[in-house]
Design a protein around this ligand. Structure first.
Ligand SMILES: NC(=O)c1ccc[n+]([C@@H]2O[C@H](COP(=O)([O-])OP(=O)(O)OC[C@H]3O[C@@H](n4cnc5c(N)ncnc54)[C@H](O)[C@@H]3O)[C@@H](O)[C@H]2O)c1
Length: 320
């Protein structure tokens, strides 16, 4: 039995506790930010309002604190959304922990001072280089995982042995894990698929969406290579795999469908999705300054179009 702590009690962090517990680990979840999730997780019946299920009774909830992070765990899992990464990076900085860290968060960050796009693991390492970080990505709807629907994901670490040892702790019959050394490729693909699923969602018929799907993959391959990831990673679970699930049904593709109908982003958000977080929009705003300046526009016309649509609040110009 290993001790696992999951930081982030949102949909994904909470769903992730289920395979971890099934493997007879001692699992603690903590929530640093959201009052709603603290209330859910500390309630007697552990009903999770985003997953719409009761979490297992043997899941422990602990109040978030620095002292909690100082305790001895075998695995630290980060399941916060992108906006929580800066915060947790600073919290972990002074602790200099050597414990393996597994990041579930998807996204990229533009570091203005050095004019570079950083992956989440790079951003965390900025605080403390010695962190032992693996990332886990792939097509995984939290609600499906929580219901034990079969899910396959990929764990990346430069040292494949570390990735495999984490896989051993968390994989079950319904939660299957693959492994790769290509951390950068996995992180880039799992982030940019949020933008490409908006683009595919803009297709107003299956035929049009398929055409956009195929062209999106070509652009994803280009961008993955640009950021020094491996070509084959785009065809893997973190690339095409995750793109499929996001394009088939998710908040990004839903927003894309409104853009494809001719709404501007602001109107569509206000009218149809006022309470939803659209991760692709957040990423578009984050990386746009870098993409516009540094990347050959001819190589990524769909991405450029979408970024201009969101940043300028203009109508989408892709022919759909
Ligand atoms: N790796 C995977 O298999 C996988 C699957 C699904 C989602 N995800 C990713 O996991 C992340 C979380 O997704 P989710 O569906 O659980 O989202 P969610 O909205 O349900 O939960 C978000 C979590 O982030 C925290 N948070 C939000 N803003 C914060 C801030 N400013 N400071 C500190 N904490 C903050 C919230 O309190 C909550 O714990 C996203 O990046 C998502 O893309 C990963």
């Amino acid at each position: 039995m290993k001790k696992i702590i999951i930081i982030g009690g949102g949909a994904m962090g909470s769903a992730f506790t289920i395979p971890c517990l099934e493997n007879n680990n001692n699992v603690t979840i903590t929530e640093p930010y959201s009052k709603r999730f603290i209330k859910d997780l500390s309630s007697k019946n552990k009903f999770h309002s985003a997953l719409n299920i009761r979490l297992p009774k043997n899941l422990k909830f602990r109040k978030f604190s620095r002292d909690l992070l100082k305790e001895q765990f075998d695995l630290v899992v980060i399941a916060l959304s992108l906006s929580g990464i800066d915060f947790i990076g600073k919290e972990l900085k002074n602790l200099k922990i050597k414990t393996p860290i597994l990041v579930l968060t998807k996204g990229l960050k533009y570091e203005k001072k050095i004019n570079k796009i950083l992956t989440i693991s790079e951003q965390l390492k900025k605080n403390y280089k010695g962190m032992n970080i693996s990332v886990l990505k792939g097509p995984c709807l939290a609600k499906e995982l929580a219901r034990k629907n079969q899910t396959s994901v990929v764990i990346a670490n430069k040292d494949i042995k570390v990735a495999k040892s984490i896989g051993k702790l968390i994989s079950t019959k319904y939660y299957l894990t693959e492994y790769t050394k290509d951390i950068i490729g996995v992180e880039v693909c799992s982030a940019i698929k949020n933008i490409y699923s908006m683009i595919i969602g803009a297709g107003q018929s299956l035929n049009a969406a398929s055409n956009l799907f195929q062209k999106s993959i070509i652009e994803m391959k280009y961008l993955t290579k640009y950021f020094k990831g491996k070509d084959e990673t785009t065809s893997g679970l973190a690339g095409v795999g995750d793109l499929y699930v996001s394009a088939a049904g998710g908040r990004n593709s839903k927003m894309g469908s409104y853009l494809g109908k001719g709404f501007t982003f602001k109107t569509a958000k206000k009218k149809f999705m006022s309470k939803d977080t659209v991760e692709g929009e957040q990423l578009a705003r984050e990386i746009a300054p870098f993409v516009f300046k540094k990347i050959d526009k001819k190589k990524i016309p769909l991405m450029i179009n979408l970024l201009k649509t969101i940043i300028g609040n203009k109508k989408l110009k892709i022919k759909v």
